[in-house]
Design a protein around this ligand. Structure first.
Ligand code: ADQ
Length: 484
């Protein structure tokens, strides 16, 4: 792997979620691997390089398999060390459920009224970040590169820099960074900004996110010098490089999956059945999160069958919604509402053997999911706000036959790069319905040309290019450190 050559220092990855989770089952302990985009890209890298990964040990059997917190992974052929930070129920509540998921998450997605920042949660959020920092400091070799992630660990860079100034830190913020008037609503906004400034490199998904962050720094840290054109911040004798580095997917791995005999056969089977019944297949895949615009999408589907009755009986929507963060009431409520709304639409339009919306309510095996993307005629991503949205890029990657249409919310980060998608507003059900009609009646040559250009885009900007950019910046930082 070309990327390996770019990693010239020991690498330590830090995420909230762990790449391998040990769960207790009736037949013993089972190790589960979650197939998130970041984790599935970083895991092979650490497997090749060796190294360390620090994460919250959230599995029910994590303490059994690693009583001191550290275990070698992958379990069958160990290649690197996974260091688990164990949290008490109070720490999980304060750090994860409250401050991160009920505070920073909705606020960053501009859902102001949903954001709650309790006074009790903040000190817990801070102390868990400190706990992570201590663990990372302990496990990191001299002059290591630390690559940490996201809004759960906003204070980690500063805490770690205090403990280990020799380490080069890159922190990637996966979700949107809101404008200053919104961000200021976070009661601890100053601490959050300063916490992040402990990093040497701050990566965001889009140029707008970078802009908003730089404004937040200008308005918050008066002693910092901000070079807006270069994206550099000079503060306390250090430089913080702030860059838009859009995350992507492993397009070749997805292509290999959908071209594997098993999945190719499966996708062909789906196509044959659709053809026999003269039907089109539309697909959407989301965690059941209120930022993903699942209810607005159902409203658009309703408007679509209402305004274009000629499509009744001909279009099937497959919605794959996996429950998420069910410890938060807002998420449980959303899941119930999605169920009710789907029932209502199906009741209104279904006839004979046709049902407009089919729901899958669980995590689908990745190979099959990509197979569905290959077989589908269109995908619908309707996020209200989204840092990037990997589903959009996965759909494009899996479209090896090149004829599907992507309908993509303009307010998802992915829309910046995927210009050939049909851009939609999630809050305009009639407009979305009209765009669905357009997608289904578009000349094949137009569909193919759009998909070709989007496929070229994801080929030119893969997850490995994303990492390469981070590593290049880390190299720059290390060279500066070596000179000083
Ligand atoms: P998420 O909000 O989780 O990520 P997204 O980027 O769409 O959103 O990634 C979800 C991942 O989970 C995709 O790989 C998808 O295939 C998978 N997935 C979703 N539902 C599934 C199901 N039912 N079965 C199987 N797999 C499923 C956060 C930010 C995003 C940003 C990413 C990465 O919110 O904006 O793109 O991080 O930076």
């Amino acid at each position: 792997m070309e990327l390996l050559k770019r990693v010239t220092h020991p690498l330590v990855v830090v995420t909230n979620r762990e790449p391998y989770i040990d769960e207790r089952t009736r037949s013993g302990i089972r190790t589960i691997q979650k197939a998130g985009g970041v984790v599935s890209a970083l895991d092979p890298l650490l497997q090749s390089l060796g190294g360390d990964w620090v994460a919250w040990g959230s599995g029910t059997a994590d303490r059994d398999t690693a009583p001191k917190g550290t275990r070698l992974v992958p379990p069958k052929s160990p290649r690197y060390r996974l260091h688990r930070v164990f949290l008490s129920p109070e720490e999980i509540q304060g750090y994860y459920t409250h401050y991160a998921n009920q505070g920073l998450w909705p606020l960053s997605h501009l859902l102001i009224e949903r954001a709650q920042f309790s006074r009790d949660a903040w000190p817990i959020y801070r102390s868990v970040n400190q706990k992570f920092a201590r663990r990372v400091a302990q496990q990191s070799p001299p002059q290591a590169w630390v690559f940490s992630h996201d809004y759960q660990l906003a204070l980690l860079p500063q805490e770690l820099k205090k403990l280990r100034p020799d380490i080069a830190i890159a922190h990637f913020w996966h979700i949107p960074w809101p404008t200053f008037p919104v961000f200021r609503l976070c009661p601890q906004y100053q601490e959050i900004v300063r916490g992040l400034l402990g990093a040497d490199i701050l990566g965001f998904q889009t140029p707008d996110d970078v802009d908003n962050f730089l404004t937040a720094v200008e308005r918050t840290v008066k002693s910092a010098l901000v070079d807006r054109d270069g994206g550099d911040i000079f503060w306390q004798g250090r430089t913080v490089r702030v860059r838009a580095i859009p995350i992507s997917v492993d397009v070749e791995a997805i292509e290999a999956l959908v071209e594997s005999p098993r999945i190719a056969r499966w996708a062909r089977g789906i196509r044959r059945r659709l053809k026999a019944s003269h039907r089109y297949l539309g697909v959407s895949v989301d965690r059941a999160d209120y930022t993903k615009g699942i209810l607005p999408r159902l409203a658009a589907i309703d408007a679509f069958f209402d305004r274009y009755p000629e499509h009744r009986g001909q279009v099937v929507f497959l919605q794959v919604v996996v429950p998420t963060r069910s410890e938060v009431e807002a998420y449980r409520k959303l899941f119930r509402e999605v169920e009710q709304e789907t029932l209502r639409i199906n009741h209104r339009y279904a006839y004979g053997d046709w049902k407009p919306v089919i729901t899958v309510r669980r995590a689908v095996d990745r190979a099959r999911l990509m197979g569905i993307f290959r077989a589908a005629d269109f995908a619908l991503v309707s996020s209200l706000f989204d840092g990037m949205n990997l589903v959009a890029k996965e759909f494009v990657s899996a479209q090896v036959d090149g004829r599907g249409v992507l309908l993509l919310s303009e307010t998802a980060g992915a829309a910046v790069e995927l210009q050939e998608a049909l851009h939609v507003s999630p809050l305009d059900p009639e407009g979305l319905a009209a765009t669905l009609h357009q997608a289904l009646t578009m000349p094949v040559s137009d569909r193919e040309a759009r998909m070709r250009r989007m496929r070229q885009q994801v080929h030119e900007h893969t997850i490995y290019d994303w990492m390469a950019q981070i590593f290049e910046l880390l190299q720059e930082v290390s060279e500066t450190y070596a000179r000083s």
